[in-house]
Write a protein that binds this ligand. Structure first.
Ligand SMILES: Nc1ncnc2c1ncn2[C@@H]1O[C@H](COP(=O)(O)OP(=O)(O)OP(=O)(O)O)[C@@H](O)[C@H]1O
Ligand SMILES: [Mg+2]
Length: 249
């Protein structure tokens, strides 16, 4: 579903991604790496939100821009201008299409997406008045709204409570079973460890790519996070760095 070959990206000469190559099947892919390791940059390139500088990216065999309409996107919450006076319904509808007038079907579908995450009661609320966790649920619903072929989520569990997180994982699992491809940037892999097929461990370079069993070992994690990573815990044949989904930066 996603082929990334020799992709590099710099912001004004500052390298964010360096020669990244991986090829992900029809899968639930998790992207992990420390703050500033290029995760969001990679996702934006995959969606055609940033212009490619070097290398090649194919999504469902197409260029990122051609495939864009097939992807539902949940941006990192920090990236949303939270002060803009916009209603929840408008945010979710925007996930279906950017247009001025929405059909009855569009509105029904947007309501369904909120309902899927138990948040239909927020329909008329102002986005800025919601708690962080509620905002995350709304952004999650927006990513589901157009019944996309692929859902890309940038730190979906950041600031959400345990019940909300469990609900999100349950919905993702269902979507996965229905054949939707899923890409999720996460800091804490544990909540989805048993759902994911592949992990990309990133620190500007692709440190490792493969199944959780292949990727999650001490050596790879130290390469990605450095030797001063808080703690690496190994159990059931997997290792993971002990970091939450809270943002350090
Ligand atoms: N718009 C921008 N202009 C300049 N530099 C940027 C921009 N966006 C990101 N960067 C830099 O590129 C690098 C990678 O950033 P990116 O947001 O992709 O990392 P990330 O892995 O998503 O980090 P985080 O875990 O904090 O979300 C960082 O050093 C960051 O400062
Ligand atoms: Mg990021």
């Amino acid at each position: 579903m996603i082929e990334v070959r020799n992709v590099s990206y710099s912001y004004n000469g500052k390298v964010a991604l360096e020669n990244v190559t991986f090829s992900s099947g029809d899968a639930f892919l998790a992207i992990m790496g420390p703050n500033g390791s290029g995760k969001t940059t990679l996702i934006k390139l995959i969606m055609g939100l940033l212009e490619q500088q070097k290398g090649e990216i194919k999504v469902f065999g197409m260029s990122p821009k051609e495939a864009r309409h097939l992807i539902g996107y949940m941006p990192q919450r920090d990236a949303i201008a939270k002060h803009i006076p916009i209603q929840v319904k408008d945010i979710v509808l925007m996930g279906i299409a950017a247009k001025k007038f929405y059909s009855k079907e569009d509105i029904e579908r947007a309501k369904e997406a909120l309902e899927e995450i138990d948040s239909l009661h927020l329909w008329n609320e102002k986005f800025s008045s919601l708690s962080q966790g509620q905002q995350q649920r709304v952004l999650f619903a927006r990513a589901l709204a157009k019944n996309p072929k692929m859902i890309i989520l940038d730190e979906p569990f950041n600031a959400v409570d345990l019940p909300s997180r469990e609900k999100m994982v349950e919905v993702l699992k269902k979507k996965r079973e229905e054949g939707t491809a899923i890409v999720a940037v996460v800091h804490n892999i544990n909540p989805i460890l048993h759902e994911i097929d592949e992990i990309l461990l990133l620190n500007k370079k692709a440190i490792a790519f493969g199944t959780p069993k292949e990727v999650l070992n001490q050596e790879n994690l130290r390469k990605a996070y450095g030797t001063d990573v808080q703690m690496i815990v190994c159990e059931e044949g997997y290792c993971h760095p002990l970091i939450g989904d809270e943002h350090a930066g």
